[in-house]
Design a protein around this ligand. Structure first.
Ligand SMILES: Nc1ncnc2c1ncn2[C@@H]1O[C@H](COP(=O)(O)OP(=O)(O)OP(=O)(O)O)[C@@H](O)[C@H]1O
Ligand SMILES: [Mg+2]
Length: 289
């Protein structure tokens, strides 16, 4: 299976949300990492075929998805960034309802609903009202609805936002399991999400795809750019104005700054092994997620 994105651009008025995206995707988890407004949702909506690009095209195994139409939508599962769940429905009833909307026959729907509830670990809560579920459980209902049609391509927009660490780990493992024979595309600005499960990380910045690499290779790319510097408290602002400063640790009467910089920020600076937070800091100017 091969999803090809060819010269895709999208503007809203004079706002360029995506600029000439070229990309090839096969099975596995692909993580789209980017700051707010970088174009993640726009790209996912185009891939989910709920929005058309202004120019360029998307091909599945060589076929233009706009020409494939319903045939393409049949292989897509999509969990939007903001989903409305029907609060008074039970998990089971909600999924049966979505299955009906997707045109899945009654008998098959019952079977699929059982299957997806099992897969997301909600079988025991099938009679529970969605409105009373925790954030993580709601997300799992969201994933379950996206899986009803057995999609070959699963697109999930910020699936772990608002989840506690335990729920986030469960959710990551679930996505990783799902991706064994499918394409899973997920967007996030939580760096730890991608560390374990992503086959490749796609970094979007202001609508441009600036990096596409496995997480470890991305880290290698900044190997000699991460430093710690020990200074006194009143020097912090100086370094913050000059460099991208991450963690600030207090040690006795000094502070240790973690800095991401192409050049050595101080003669006493020591090189450190990069992590994904450093990577985020390197590519994006704002605060570490
Ligand atoms: N329907 C729309 N109408 C006008 N502008 C839009 C629309 N959708 C997105 N944009 C703009 O396009 C840019 C990219 O938005 P997008 O939602 O794709 O970013 P994002 O990376 O998903 O951000 P976030 O992390 O906040 O979800 C933003 O500047 C946004 O304001
Ligand atoms: Mg978004």
């Amino acid at each position: 299976m091969n999803l090809t994105i060819e010269k895709v651009s999208k503007s809203f008025g004079d706002k360029k949300a995506l600029r000439n995206i070229n990309l090839e995707i096969t099975t596995g988890v692909y993580a789209i990492l980017g700051a707010n407004g970088s174009g993640k949702t726009t790209l996912m909506r185009i891939l989910a075929s709920v929005m058309k690009p202004c120019s360029g095209r998307v091909l599945l195994d060589g076929q233009d998805i706009t020409i494939m139409g319903q045939k393409y939508r049949d292989v897509i599962g999509y969990l939007p960034q903001h989903v409305g769940l029907y609060k008074n429905f039970t998990a089971e009833k909600f999924l049966l309802y979505i299955a009906a909307l997707k045109g899945i026959s009654n008998e098959r729907a019952r079977k699929k609903v059982n299957e997806v509830l099992e897969l997301v670990g909600l079988s025991e809560h099938r009679k529970g009202r969605v409105g009373k579920f925790s954030g993580g459980m709601k997300r799992r209902v969201g994933i379950a609805q996206a899986l009803l049609n057995d999609p070959k391509i699963l697109i999930v927009d910020e699936p772990t936002a608002g989840l506690d660490p335990k729920e986030r780990i469960r959710f990551r493992n679930l996505l990783s399991e799902i991706a064994s024979n499918r394409i899973v595309l997920l967007s996030t600005h939580i760096v730890s999400d991608i560390e374990y499960i992503a086959k490749e990380v796609l970094i979007l910045k202001e609508g441009q795809l600036i990096q596409k690499q496995p997480p470890l290779d991305l880290l290698k790319g900044i190997e000699d750019k991460v430093w710690t510097v020990t200074v006194s408290e009143n020097e912090i602002t100086h370094f913050q104005s000059m460099y991208k400063v991450g963690n600030i640790t207090r040690v006795e009467n000094k502070v240790q700054l973690r800095i991401v910089s192409d050049t050595k920020p101080h003669q006493n600076a020591m090189n450190e092994n990069p992590n994904l937070e450093d990577l985020y800091l390197y590519y994006f100017d704002e605060e570490v997620a």
